[in-house]
Ligand binder design. Structure first.
Ligand code: MRU
Length: 347
């Protein structure tokens, strides 16, 4: 990739500021966990795997900042910091997954030496990022087999390099297919209100010379009816044990449209996005984001002052609309409660 979404550098976290794309490519450097938490909340970094990594790196910064050398009180302060970071975005399970992994490592480490634990936590956060990149490659290779020459692939939101520490989940499949010589083009839903499709997906695909056409979200149905879309491929923020998929608001509508038009709807996500403790999509918490994301584009206000605004950031697509879920363990198909669990048990 020609950019780095997130990096650990000299005990600081460096992130590409996604709020400024595509206009400006600015890297922000954070040296405290509070700054990282704020960066996650305000969408400097976004996308489920990327916020999982940011959370883990934020916790590593938090660990470095604790002045206590008694393990017990160090761990209780660390737990509090993990809770603060975790509260920034509730839907993507990767955030709590990364924080739990870090906390378990600290709690179960035999050393009583706090400095040793700090060092191990720092290494673990970097390891989570490296693993994510490798998982992207494996998922990409599994999923590439689904893409054929001449496909017109619709995607929603951004599930690419900007949402991971590698080349992406849904877009990773497309990058992998392209690298194998398969030729297709991509339609990117603009993805109101935060415009991850128009700003981010279009930016990274065009930077990598993959043909992309941006459409507004309400155009997908018509394009499908005209035979201009042959596949839909998206990422996920949390997948319940039964295969229900939480992803960016608008994904459910796309999945329904795809079903109606007989177009396969694929989801690409690492096992860290699958939450077997959440039995169905009804249990997935849906983040409500600030009203300003709907009322304004940049500094321009679109809506009258006194109207009510609703801004759920995600929706849930029921498993019966999902043709397959591509993970690093392979391609899962219905019945998802069995196939997803089997993948989990392999890990
Ligand atoms: O609000 P965002 O931009 O964090 O939402 C991101 C998405 O919904 C992505 O599709 C999802 O995290 C998958 S990213 C590999």
């Amino acid at each position: 990739m020609k950019f780095r979404t997130i990096e650990w550098k000299n005990n600081k976290v460096v992130m590409l500021d996604q709020r400024l794309l595509p206009g400006e490519e600015i890297y922000q450097t954070y040296s405290t966990y509070q700054e990282v938490a704020e960066a996650i909340k305000t969408m400097v970094i976004r996308g489920a795997p990327a916020i999982g990594i940011a959370g883990a790196m934020g916790l590593a910064l938090g660990a470095l900042s604790i002045k206590d050398d008694k393990k017990k009180s160090f761990l209780s302060k660390l737990e509090k910091i993990a809770g603060e970071i975790n509260s920034t975005r509730p839907t993507a399970v990767n955030l709590s997954w990364g924080l739990k992994r870090m906390m378990a490592l600290a709690q179960n480490h035999p050393s009583e030496n706090v400095e040793t634990i700090k060092e191990i936590l720092t290494q673990e956060a970097v390891k989570i990022a490296v693993e994510d990149g490798k998982i992207n490659q494996v998922m990409g290779n599994h999923g590439a087999a689904l893409i054929i020459n001449g496909d017109h692939v619709l995607t929603h939101c951004n599930a690419g390099a900007l949402a991971t520490a590698g080349f992406g989940t849904a877009l990773g499949v497309l990058y992998a297919a392209w690298a194998k010589g398969v030729r297709f083009d991509v339609y990117a839903d603009e993805t109101r209100p935060f415009l991850q499709g128009a700003r981010l997906t279009a930016w990274e695909l065009s930077k990598n010379d993959i043909p992309v056409t941006v459409i507004t979200d309400n155009m997908a149905g018509w394009l499908m009816k005209k035979g201009l879309i042959t596949k839909v491929i998206v990422g996920a923020d949390r997948i319940a044990a039964n295969g229900d998929v939480a992803n960016k608001i608008g994904t459910y509508s796309v999945a329904l449209l795809a079903k109606h038009h007989g177009i396969p709807f694929y989801v690409v996500a690492p096992l860290s996005t699958i939450d077997l403790l959440t039995l169905t999509g009804d249990e997935i918490p849906i983040e409500e984001r600030p009203q300003r994301e709907v009322t304004h584009v940049g500094q321009t206000q679109l809506t009258p002052e006194a109207v009510k605004i609703c801004n759920p950031a995600f929706d849930v697509t029921p498993n019966e609309l999902v043709a397959a879920i591509i993970t690093e363990k392979g391609i899962a198909k219905a019945p998802y409660p069995t196939t997803l669990k089997a993948f989990y048990n392999q890990s």
